[in-house]
Each structure stands twice: as C-alpha cells, then as structure tokens.
Design a protein around this ligand. Structure first.
Ligand code: CA
Length: 225
C-alpha cells in the first residue's frame, strides 16, 4: 500500500515516514500543498495523510481540489489542537477522517487501516485466498494453521496481490504501490520479491498460489494455489 504524507513539519513528516515504512507501507512525503497535489496527480495512492496548515496550498484546498478532480483517495486530515479546525468543515471538504495533533502513532495507524479497508469495494478485515490468509492489522500471514514470517516488503507485496485476488496485476502497478519514489533501482526487484515470497508461502506447502502471467504480471490464485 502506498501512502502520501503531506506535512511541512520535518520532524513529524520523517517520523510518519519511518513509522509507516516499518509497517510495510511505501511512503512519499510532500512538504507543501502544491507538491502534494502534484504527487497525488502522478501516483495512484492508496491513502493520503494531509496536514491542515501547509505552505502554498492549505489542507482544505488540497482536499477540495482532489475531490474536484474526482480523485477519491481516502484522506486522513491532521489538525493542530489550537488550530482553526472546525471538524465539520474538514469533513465537508471531502476528508474521510481527521486526527488532532498530538496523536499516538498507533492511533493514526488504526485510523489509516479503517480508511484503507473502507476504500473502494468492500474489503474484508482478513484477506484470504483459499487457506492462505493475511491480516493487514496484525501482520499475521498463515497457510492453514502454519504461521509464516515475512519481511515488511514481502508483506506489503503479498497484501497488494491479495487485495486484488484473482486479478492480474502488472509489474508496474506493483512497483507503484509497493515501492516509493526513493526507489530508483531495477524494476526486476518485483521478480526477486515474488521469488522470495513463493519460497515462504508456496514451496514449503507444495502449492503455487502466485501465478506468473507472461508479459502481463502476476495474480494470486483465489483458491490459494
Ligand atoms: Ca503544518
């Protein structure tokens, strides 16, 4: 899942970045509303964390502009305790939720999970493909009763594939949702990660849930291989 953080306070922005990355999210940070709007137009983010008081274009305007563009990416608005936020106004501009600073990171994470789950079509709390299950909140991955340990990036890749279970997902889509702009390496990294995932979720169980579709991408078999 790829997240855009629009926040001008460097310390806050960097702590959000590192906290979210540790949870397996790909994260881009924009230091002002203008850059936030630009990035949101370039990348199909899964959610946006948007500060209210921002240089150039404030959070309200960013939000309104995105909705005018018919961009319905879930938005979690951050507001200052002594700020001018009227909660109703924040939600009126199209934000999906708001959080008052200072907040605990775990609270932000929980709210973000709710927004991601709510977004788009109905998303179950626990993702499943046959007996392969993934819980986005607890990070538990299991094949039947067996727990599987994944790295943050492997988890993120599997989560992205499992949210689209049964659909073919291109390497480009995977790149843009699982890696951030700071990644400037070889796109074949996707293959490397698919291989390491297979070694953990398929090979030991004699299954083949990740199917390679030549020239198109990958899909997770809806029956779990
Ligand atoms: Ca600010």
């Amino acid at each position: 899942m790829r997240i855009l953080v629009v926040e001008d306070e460097v310390t806050m922005a960097e702590s959000l970045r590192s906290g979210l990355q540790a949870e397996g999210f790909a994260v881009d940070v924009a230091p002002d509303g203008e850059e936030g709007l630009w990035l949101a137009g370039e990348v199909d983010y899964d959610a946006i964390i948007l500060d209210l008081m921002l240089p150039k274009v404030n959070g309200f305007k960013v939000c309104r502009t995105l909705r005018e563009r018919e961009d319905w990416t879930p938005i979690l608005m951050l507001t200052a305790k002594d700020g001018h936020l009227d909660e109703a106004e924040g939600l009126d501009t199209g934000a999906d939720d708001y959080l008052t600073k200072p907040f605990a990171f775990v609270v932000l994470l929980a709210r973000l999970r709710v927004l991601l789950r709510r977004a788009g079509s109905e998303r179950p709390t626990i993702l499943a493909a046959g007996d392969l299950t993934l819980d986005p909140a607890s990070h538990d991955v299991q094949r039947g009763e067996s727990k599987i340990d994944l790295t943050a990036r492997e988890f993120s890749l599997l989560e992205f594939l499992m949210r689209r279970v049964g659909e073919v997902v291109s390497k480009t889509e995977i790149m843009s949702h699982v890696w951030d702009f700071n990644f400037d390496g070889d796109p074949n990294i996707v293959e490397v990660y698919v291989r390491s995932l297979r070694k953990k979720i398929d090979v030991p169980f004699d299954r083949s849930s990740i199917v390679t579709i030549r020239g198109a991408g990958y899909k997770i078999d809806k029956d779990g291989g």
